[in-house]
Design a protein around this ligand. Structure first.
Ligand code: TYM
Length: 332
């Protein structure tokens, strides 16, 4: 079975709709036919300052949401990144193989550090993609389900896999990004030129999965569209409407063409109202399931302990051959 791996940050407690449609939904599908490894990336989270109690709490909340979304620990390996020390260990090796200029070209770093300013930007934020490379290569992943914003990190991962394999010996599987065009970039509901993100300028553009569904319904109903009246798909000219159509299509299973036909003769308000209902119908049972998992933290921790053990079995094998190939003396 092909190996699949991905990760998500526990940073803000609730996942948002972009995280779900761009990544987590695919994780759930892919656990059926693949050997799937999914993790909550707490090491990545501390690249920006975290309150310790909140980070711990958010790691459990993230795990509960992944289970609530449909991950099944019987079908996949679900774990927390810091429980598997090999991530940090291979991360160091990869740091030493990555060029400074190469890392400096990562657009996500450039964006985030520009927002924070140099003095508040950690070196960890700079090497963030290199830790991600270690995450992926440790598991010999064939495919990595992510949103469009991770494509550049995946390209760097492939470069580094290739570099290690040629410099030493074939060691790493070449991972491919698994990015679904329709949901790869869910846009901010207030600013359809930007992706939906937890650092959105207005909270009205961001749909958090754990927020009151009524508040989210309101956000759909007040989504920014354009001054036209015909519901049609046009990513350039009608970015807002097209985003709503893509979200509708992902949640309802209807194609964009079917939806355009369905809304013929009706205006944007009809699309927004229907989308608000569709989202509420999905998110309400999702929240109930997530809450159920959160009520039993001991069980959550048990699931994560089993996951960490399965993950370590794979990760330690890869790290051992890497250490050997780069010339580290084996401890007697
Ligand atoms: P993170 O936590 O920022 O986001 C988790 C996933 O959600 C996707 N995503 C989106 N997809 C569509 N539209 C959006 N508006 C949107 N916003 C976020 C992201 O692309 C991601 O797939 N660096 C990663 C975490 C990571 C990782 C890994 C991923 C660490 N190690 C190894 C894959 C493999 C990140 O920050 O994701």
């Amino acid at each position: 079975r092909p190996r699949v791996l991905s990760g998500i940050q526990p940073t803000s407690g609730s996942f948002h709709l972009g995280n779900y449609l761009g990544a987590v939904r695919q994780w759930v599908d892919l656990q059926e036919a693949n050997d799937a490894f999914y993790m909550v990336v707490d090491l990545h989270a501390i690249t920006v300052e975290q309150d310790p109690a909140t980070l711990r709490e958010n790691t459990r909340i993230s795990t509960a949401q992944l289970l609530g979304a449909g991950l099944d620990p019987e079908r996949c390996t679900l774990f927390v990144q810091s429980h598997v020390p090999e991530h940090a260990q291979l991360g160091w090796v990869m740091n030493c193989l990555t060029g400074f200029g190469e890392a400096a070209r990562m657009t996500q770093f450039k964006d985030k550090s520009a927002k924070q300013g140099n003095d508040r930007t950690s070196v960890g934020l700079f090497t963030y993609p290199i830790l991600q490379i270690a995450d992926i290569l440790l598991y010999q992943a064939d495919a990595v389900p992510v949103g469009e914003d991770q494509r550049q990190h995946l390209e760097l991962t492939r470069d580094l896999a290739e570099r290690f394999n040629t410099r030493y010996a074939p060691t790493f599987t070449m991972p491919k990004p698994y990015i679904l065009k329709e949901t790869a970039k869910i846009l901010d509901l207030q600013d359809p030129t930007a992706k939906m993100s937890k650092s959105a300028s207005s909270a009205k553009g961001l749909v958090n999965l754990l927020d009151d569904p009524k508040a989210s319904a309101k956000k759909f109903k007040s989504a920014v569209t354009d001054t036209g009246i015909v519901v049609s798909y046009d990513e350039e000219g009608k970015a807002g409407v097209s985003n709503l159509l893509r979200i509708h299509s992902a949640l309802s299973g209807q194609s964009i063409d079917q939806l355009v036909a369905h809304f013929e003769g009706r205006m944007y308000g009809a699309l927004k109202t229907e989308l608000a209902e569709l989202f509420t119908d999905w998110v309400t049972p999702f929240q109930k399931r997530t809450q159920g998992f959160l009520e039993d933290p001991a069980e959550l921790d048990r699931v994560l302990a089993v996951g960490a053990e399965k993950a370590r079995a794979v990760a330690s094998e890869t790290l051992a051959s890497v250490y050997d190939r780069i010339g580290f003396l084996k401890p007697a």
